[in-house]
Design a protein around this ligand. Structure first.
Ligand SMILES: C[S@@+](CC[C@H](N)C(=O)[O-])C[C@H]1O[C@@H](n2cnc3c(N)ncnc32)[C@H](O)[C@@H]1O
Length: 291
């Protein structure tokens, strides 16, 4: 049951506008496939109703973590818990949030991005979590679309023919990491399974949950872990005491699950990396706050 859909002819007064992502502060050290920077204005609306200094945001499929970072840095919540299964992605969060952010930032600043250095770092097994974090950040900057799943190819021509280094902005990355370092005492990270943590925090009424699972079709290509039980996820969401917001691709199967659990849905327009417009789905118990 879609309450409101994008009206391509523009004659509905409540039509949702596409967010210009350039107007949203980029806070994550990752360029993340399926990242939610474009959703940030809606996250602010959501947390202005359900957030607050006494609230903890729980992000069980954290990925690039832009929602958690924004919620904490803009004081929309008091603190946060991020959960992610992927070891490489986790190594970055552990390194920054467990106190080695300056080390990582300095190593990124000192890394000369040449084909030889990239080949060398990507072919060496990291000996520590922080070395793994450095390798992951480099990989995330040189693969097509920032994809970290096995088998992804490297950027060839890149932006303006700048090749492999076209997404390598060491000073910007350093700044972002040091900004996260400043709020690290308010963010807890766990490498683990989203489902276990949704159960663990189900009875906590001071938690709000931002749930952004791997999508049904695209997920397989984008993430190492993409095969999840969508029905079970909806069931666990329906058991949560706290408020939640789920995002998904706008697919019939997901609309069906939302109906099955009596959740509300709303489509929002966004532009994907190829600049074509598509609709994504917001799901919750109450979406009256979406403007
Ligand atoms: C759509 S992405 C999240 C993107 C994130 N919201 C952002 O803005 O960057 C989904 C993430 O869920 C992770 N994931 C998949 N299965 C998981 C599981 N069972 N538990 C925790 N994380 C999982 C994937 O590794 C991926 O990073």
């Amino acid at each position: 049951m879609t309450e409101r859909t994008l009206n391509l002819f523009g004659n509905t007064p409540r039509q949702l506008k596409i967010v210009n992502v350039a107007s949203v502060p980029q806070r994550s050290p990752f360029r993340y496939a399926g990242g939610k920077t474009w959703l940030i204005p809606r996250i602010r609306q959501w947390l202005s109703v359900f957030g607050g200094v006494d609230k903890v945001i729980v992000e069980p499929f954290a990925g690039g973590g832009v929602v958690t970072l924004t919620a904490v840095m803009e004081n929309l919540v008091g603190s946060a818990i991020m959960i992610e299964l992927d070891r490489d992605v986790s190594s970055v969060w552990k390194t920054i949030l467990e106190g080695e952010g300056s080390w990582l930032a300095n190593r990124i600043e000192g890394f000369i991005l040449t084909q030889e250095n990239v080949d060398s770092i990507l072919s060496t097994s990291p000996v520590s979590i922080r070395e793994q974090a450095l390798m992951t950040i480099v990989k995330n900057r040189v693969t097509r679309g920032g994809i970290l799943a096995p088998g992804v190819g490297l950027i060839k021509h890149g932006e303006n023919g700048k090749g492999l280094a076209s997404r390598w902005y060491p000073k910007t990355l350093k700044k972002r990491i040091l900004a996260i370092d400043k709020v690290k005492h308010r963010i807890k990270f766990v490498q683990g399974d989203a489902f276990a943590y949704l159960k663990k925090y189900a009875n906590r009424d001071n938690c709000v949950f931002f749930i952004d699972p791997p999508y049904t079709k695209a997920g397989r290509r984008l993430y190492k872990y993409s095969d999840i039980d969508h029905d079970l996820l909806f069931q666990l969401a329906s058991d949560l005491k706290g408020n939640f917001l789920i995002t998904y691709d706008n697919e019939a199967e997901i609309q069906r699950l939302a109906r099955k659990y009596s959740f509300k849905t709303r489509t929002v327009p966004m532009k994907n990396t190829h600049h074509s417009e598509k609709l994504e789905l917001l799901i919750g118990r109450n979406l009256d706050w979406v403007m």
